[in-house]
Ligand binder design. Structure first.
Ligand code: DC
Length: 263
């Protein structure tokens, strides 16, 4: 994030100045702010360490939160809203989404983990990933019977599949590839989008994925698109994979990143 020009955060600032239900309401809009919702703003992401700890936790700040980093040039973001953090793989949206959720006291929803889990279920149960309908049906039944549970913890998402914690397994390169494939099936997307809507319906959430602002919650109050050049994304991904023992070369990773962008 702080490594300057590598990242761009394009924010569609949709926060207006009107009153919302209940105790929480937005700051009255000033003439300058009232022009923001329709304007597309582009600004670079400031250093991670700039969010003062006391501002992250101070109660009086929580229902009218003015984020000192991301929202430095935007209106206050109140408690209860849905924030969409979209962008291509490897752009750094997880890092940014985590920081935003932490700063606002919101719950982070890592939707990529759901697609990774779909791949894991298919592989563990011997289902071909190409059979999207079967995978989707199995996911539905596992979710309904609570044999598949996603919980957000401070350390990240915890995934429990038939009593065992598979949070680490879903991070493997194999599951990343499986997720990319399984996520192309409309029936699988339907099940997982419904789950994401259920999780986010009460607000106070930051949802991170590639279709949050367009499909899952198109009416989200704040939408951000985090992006970076494909070489930068491939470089980060290559280092990540190498640390996990994956022998792919940078060129292969770059080709993979470009191929994913095409999907
Ligand atoms: O962000 P990630 O690497 O954990 O995502 C895993 C895969 O799931 C990746 O190929 C993109 C896909 N995905 C998706 O299609 N829609 C989402 N909302 C989130 C992830």
């Amino acid at each position: 994030c702080s490594r300057r020009a590598e990242h761009r955060l394009v924010g569609l600032l949709l926060v207006g100045g009107r009153r919302t239900a209940g105790r929480h309401h937005l700051r009255r809009s000033t003439p300058r702010e009232s022009t923001l919702p329709r304007r597309r703003k582009e600004f670079s992401c400031p250093p991670i360490g700039r969010i003062p700890r006391k501002l992250r936790t101070k109660r009086s700040n929580r229902d009218l939160w003015s984020c000192p980093t991301l929202c430095a040039k935007s209106p206050a973001v109140p408690l209860g809203h849905i924030i969409a953090m979209d962008g291509p793989a490897g752009a750094g949206k997880s890092t940014v989404a985590k920081l935003v959720a932490e700063a606002l006291g919101y719950t982070l929803v890592d939707t990529g983990a759901m697609y990774r889990t779909a791949a894991l279920v298919a592989l563990r149960e011997g289902m071909p990933i190409a059979d999207g309908v079967r995978v989707a049906e199995r996911l539905s039944s596992l979710l309904a019977s609570k044999e598949l549970v996603f919980e957000q913890t401070r350390a990240g998402v915890k995934v429990t599949y038939i009593g065992s914690d598979v949070s680490r397994e879903i991070r493997s390169p194999e599951m990343a590839r499986g997720a990319s494939e399984v996520s192309q099936h409309p029936s699988v997307r339907e099940v997982l989008v419904a789950l994401q809507r259920e999780v986010g319906k009460n607000g106070s959430v930051v949802l991170e994925g590639r279709d949050i602002g367009t499909v899952v919650f198109p009416a989200a109050k704040a939408k951000f698109y985090v992006t970076a050049r494909d070489e930068v994304r491939a470089k980060r991904r290559h280092v990540e994979l190498a640390q996990k023992g994956d022998p792919s070369t940078f060129e292969q990773t770059l080709a993979e990143v470009r191929e994913r962008d095409e999907r």
